[in-house]
Write a protein that binds this ligand. Structure first.
Ligand SMILES: Nc1ncnc2c1ncn2[C@@H]1O[C@H](COP(=O)(O)OP(=O)(O)OP(=O)(O)O)[C@@H](O)[C@H]1O
Length: 306
């Protein structure tokens, strides 16, 4: 489905012209319906990899290699083919949902225009489809949310809206870039569970970028461990956990509990988020629905910014 070969990204300093290689010839693939996690510490090149796929790398940068999405080479395709493939087949769920939504337009416009403009769905049908999409991502008071502006809704609610918008386009590949790090811990678990459920339900492929090895292991079929612009190893979560091939991967796992000093509240919060994600995912797997998730956070249903 997606095949990336020898991806090299070189940026140049606008003042001096000095070139720096950011990604050093990475290769990986994502199969139909598969979720691949890009995991690594800050600056390892996870976001830049997504930017190369989306064609939004920094100005003046040079991208080399192959980025092939179902036979379309995104680095060499013509203007129209490239525009259509990126618009129809790719959907980004970024860290901050505010960046994906226009602050002066109600949610309704975001969802409805995505369908009427891009795919010619009639207005009335797009409106009722938008309401169904919101219900589908666990929002109960859909009419109020459709009429709300982004600043009137919580981050968790907005990220659900962005997920609904991404799914409405029926893309081939979801690109999720730390989609829950801007949310509070309880909400993180629910949003990850919704994303995981919807992705599987629609058979979508996904690249999931995160610092959190455990979170990636919970939602991905395979993990690619990145460091300093290089993919060190790729494997199933079990392979990475039980038989890490690289010293860095081992260190990443060993260091995890030591990221915060014992007793630090961030350590407890991170642990709580992981446990809540695992519980929400386990419940989803058990029931085949996100019913538990839906009812789990009344504050989110109110949509109040806390
Ligand atoms: N606009 C830019 N121009 C030049 N270099 C950049 C630019 N943005 C990021 N970089 C560099 O590219 C490298 C990879 O950054 P990237 O944002 O992909 O890392 P990341 O793994 O996503 O980190 P984080 O988890 O903090 O987002 C880093 O060394 C970073 O300094």
């Amino acid at each position: 489905m997606l095949r990336i070969e020898n991806l090299v990204l070189t940026v140049s300093d606008p003042d001096t012209g000095a070139e720096t290689e950011i990604l050093h010839g990475n290769s990986f693939s994502v199969a139909q319906g598969e979720a691949v996690g890009l995991v690594g510490e800050s600056g390892s090149g996870k976001s830049m990899t997504l930017k190369c796929i989306l064609g939004i790398e920094p100005g003046g940068a040079r991208v080399e290699g192959v980025v092939d999405l179902d036979g379309v080479d995104l680095l060499r395709a013509s203007g129209e083919e490239l525009r259509r493939t990126r618009a129809d087949d790719l959907a980004l769920i970024a860290q901050n949902p505010h960046g994906s939504l226009n602050p002066v337009l109600p949610i309704e416009r975001f969802l409805v225009e995505g369908m009427t403009d891009a795919r010619g769905v009639p207005q009335a049908e797009a409106r009722s489809r938008a309401a169904r999409l919101l219900a589908d991502v666990g929002i109960t008071d859909t009419e109020r949310v459709l009429k709300s502006y982004p600043h009137q809704l919580s981050g968790g609610m907005l990220q659900r809206v962005v997920i609904a918008g991404a799914i409405s386009g029926d893309p081939k590949l979801l690109l999720a870039d730390e989609p829950t790090t801007a949310l509070d811990v309880t909400t993180q678990a629910e949003v990850v569970a919704i994303l995981d459920e919807k992705r599987r339900e629609h058979g979508l492929s996904m690249i999931f970028v995160t610092h959190d090895l455990d979170l990636a292991a919970a939602v991905c079929d395979r993990l690619a461990v990145m460091k300093d612009g290089e993919i060190l190893e790729i494997g199933t979560p079990e392979e990475i956990r039980d038989r890490p091939q690289h010293e860095y991967t081992r260190a990443l796992m060993d260091a995890r509990p030591m990221l915060y000093p014992p007793g630090h509240e961030a350590a407890a919060a991170a642990e709580a988020a992981r446990e809540a994600s695992a519980a929400a995912l386990a419940e989803e797997a058990g029931t085949g629905a996100a019913g538990g998730v839906r009812g789990a956070d009344p504050a989110q249903q109110e949509g109040a910014e806390s």
